[in-house]
Design a protein around this ligand. Sequence first.
Ligand SMILES: [Zn+2]
Length: 241
Amino acid sequence: MDKIIMLVLVGMASLYFVKTDQNNILEDKKVNRVGLSRQAIDQELEGYGKLIYRTKADTSVAEMFPTIPENRYPVIFREYPEFISDGFDFPVGVPNGSDYYKAQNFGDNKHLGEDWNGRGGGNTDLGDPVYSVGNGLVTFSKDVCCGWGQVVRIVHYLPNDPENSYVESIYAHLHTMDITAGSLVKRGQRIGTIGNANGRYNAHLHLEMRNFINMSLGPGYGDDHFGYLIPTEFIRLHRPR
Ligand SMILES: [Zn+2]
């Protein structure tokens, strides 16, 4: 009988200590809330960068999609509001695209993007810098098979634009990629250089913009424009103020 009473007492005592410990932890969390959550987001973002290099690029469908879950975007942009979109610039010859021209427009030959070329033509623009069209989160940075080459995908958050609250920009055939998935970038930040998809084309930047984000990279050409934006038109309508 005594043993049972002792056990009950010990049990109650331990419950008391567990409870006070929890209270202490909660208070610590309150004090460090801002620092802790940013640290957690930083760790998470770093993890995405490593994850993408662990997987081997191939032609499988999974390789064509970004790996950062969409439900993390609000959390990430809440913690880093300075990376919310403040307008868009052109991706070459920043901010206005000067000294570059479009070798192929959106819609030409069913093209779903725009091909940006240096004025000199040919491979004269090989290795020229490519810049993010806006503030955003890099969701993909990877060498993809075949016609795509090295590709960077960036998601932009426009909280005041209900029709385009998330917009995506895609930069293809890159010669080099300067950023990893999980990086936060500013408008006009260098993200890579113009390439030729390993000698497949004359060097140029294939730029896509979409307002239905995180679809597969897809074919680059097609009749179905659902989710695609005309990059030049969108950028012109959304210049920084
Ligand atoms: Zn193209």
